[in-house]
Design a protein. Structure first.
Length: 130
């Protein structure tokens, strides 16, 4: 497995993965609450749905900020941002998103496979020989 050059890259990846997972949870929740509130004409739930949508937008912005500098240690491509590059032929997606699969692996497993080069990377700092 490949390892990262510094702890700051690992921290950026973890934060970007957390915000991506949060965004994928907030958007369906906001849509479901909005549909329910419009169907039953409940104004306070409509405000809750719009605030959840606002938090999802904020989570997306924070994800973009942190993920833009968190790159795969081998191919140097940002893992959690869709760069519209060719994915590896064996890369797997989750709900149509290659980044979501990597984000869940980063959050829960501590390692991931890059969707662009399909190489495994551990969330550890590589040792330097002195």
């Amino acid at each position: 497995m490949h390892r990262f050059p510094s702890q700051s890259v690992i921290n950026r990846l973890k934060l970007a993965a957390l915000f991506m997972c949060l965004q994928w949870l907030l958007v369906p929740a906001a849509i479901a609450i909005l549909v329910y509130s419009l169907f039953h004409r409940l104004e306070h739930l409509t405000l809750v749905a719009f605030s959840l949508a606002g938090f999802a937008v904020l989570a997306g912005m924070f994800r973009w900020i942190f993920a833009s500098r968190a790159r795969c240690p081998l191919c140097m491509t940002p893992v959690l941002i869709n760069k519209r590059c060719s994915k590896h032929r064996n890369a797997k997606s989750l709900f149509g998103s290659y980044g979501l699969r990597a984000a869940l692996a980063i959050t829960f497993k501590g390692h991931f496979r890059c969707p662009y080069c399909n190489e495994p990377s551990a969330l550890q700092v590589r040792e330097r020989n002195r």
